[in-house]
Design a protein. Structure first.
Length: 320
């Protein structure tokens, strides 16, 4: 059967479309747009996304985002040790007048530090960073400068972070204690087991890069402490100093820490420090302090945890 295009004009129109490749007359391009528009349903991204030739702003922007920066063994810390917390790691010695049945003309040296292992920092947001640290410290007490009274050993792996003015940490910490040899041999004190394995979380806020207020909570996964106390302990406080390089002139600082330990039924232990500091920013072990200290509460040493102490001391510390 022979079909004539004059008799069936619709068939003639369809035949023209097929011969021309499926495209009809295209509208005029928009102002500032491409010189031509490809046929609908074409382009390298069809059918998942509009063609970049049709939509110039539909380009993939993922290539423009910089990957985070990774730094091994960073020379600074996101969460700095709390100045007035005697349990935090540092190199220091405090001489004080805590005279008791167990000690006289007392010196409390601490040998330790915190080292950064790896830091991941956002390239797009410089104030956003996460860092893994390691710390270890031995807190010692000597009476008459040569008699060993007590030793506390602490180590941990904190994961710290900073988001703008907010700083924080979450990590694992271990504490074990020993009675000093001379005190043990004298028979004036019997050694008792005092150990903790804790998950510790802390949060702080920094105002004007000077005043940091913080709070910290620890939960004991394992504890071996006389009296089988509660698993939670807390501390809070603040420290004030400019987080910048001081030069030879130095700068004043002040710090307060309040500790609430379940081993003594959460009786508060207060420590106050005021003094002078020299500091080089963004460098390990670059903060030197001399200060006066007033301590009022239970002893920080595990073997003497039930001993009430109140003293005024003079300290020298190398920390950060």
């Amino acid at each position: 059967m022979r079909v004539g295009f004059r008799r069936y004009p619709v068939l003639a129109l369809l035949a023209c479309v097929v011969v021309s490749g499926g495209g009809l007359a295209q509208p005029a391009p928009p102002a500032g747009g491409p010189a031509f528009l490809p046929p609908p349903g074409t382009g390298p991204n069809f059918p998942f996304a509009p063609s970049a030739e049709v939509w110039p702003h539909a380009q993939d922007d993922t290539a423009l985002v910089e990957p985070p920066r990774v730094e091994f063994f960073p020379t600074s810390l996101l969460w700095e040790p709390k100045l007035a917390d005697r349990r935090d790691p540092r190199l220091s010695v405090v001489f004080h007048d805590a005279n008791s049945f167990f000690s006289d003309r007392t010196a409390d040296p601490s040998l330790g530090l915190t080292a950064g292992v790896v830091r991941v920092q956002s390239a797009e947001f410089p104030d956003l960073a996460v860092q893994v640290d390691l710390f270890g410290v031995a807190h010692l007490r000597f009476s008459r400068f040569d008699e060993s009274i007590a030793q506390d050993y602490r180590a941990g792996v904190p994961v710290t972070f900073r988001v703008g003015n907010v700083v924080g940490k979450v990590g694992y910490e271990h504490t074990s204690t020993q009675l000093g040899d001379e005190l043990n041999e004298s028979g004036r004190r019997v050694r008792r087991t005092f150990e903790r394995d804790e998950i510790v979380a802390g949060l702080g806020y920094l105002w004007r890069n000077q005043l940091r207020a913080y709070g910290q909570a620890a939960y004991a996964l394992y504890r071996n402490i006389p009296g089988d106390p509660d698993r939670w302990r807390y501390d809070t406080g603040f420290d004030w100093y400019k987080r910048e390089t001081t030069g030879l002139r130095g700068q004043p600082f002040a710090a307060v820490n309040a500790a609430f330990d379940p081993a003594v039924n959460y009786q508060v232990t207060m420590n106050y420090q005021v003094g002078w500091m020299w500091r080089v920013a963004d460098r390990r072990l670059s903060q030197f302090r001399v200060y006066a200290e007033f301590y009022d509460g239970r002893s920080m040493y595990g073997q003497l945890f039930d001993l009430r102490e109140r003293y005024v001391g003079f300290g020298v510390s190398l920390d950060y």
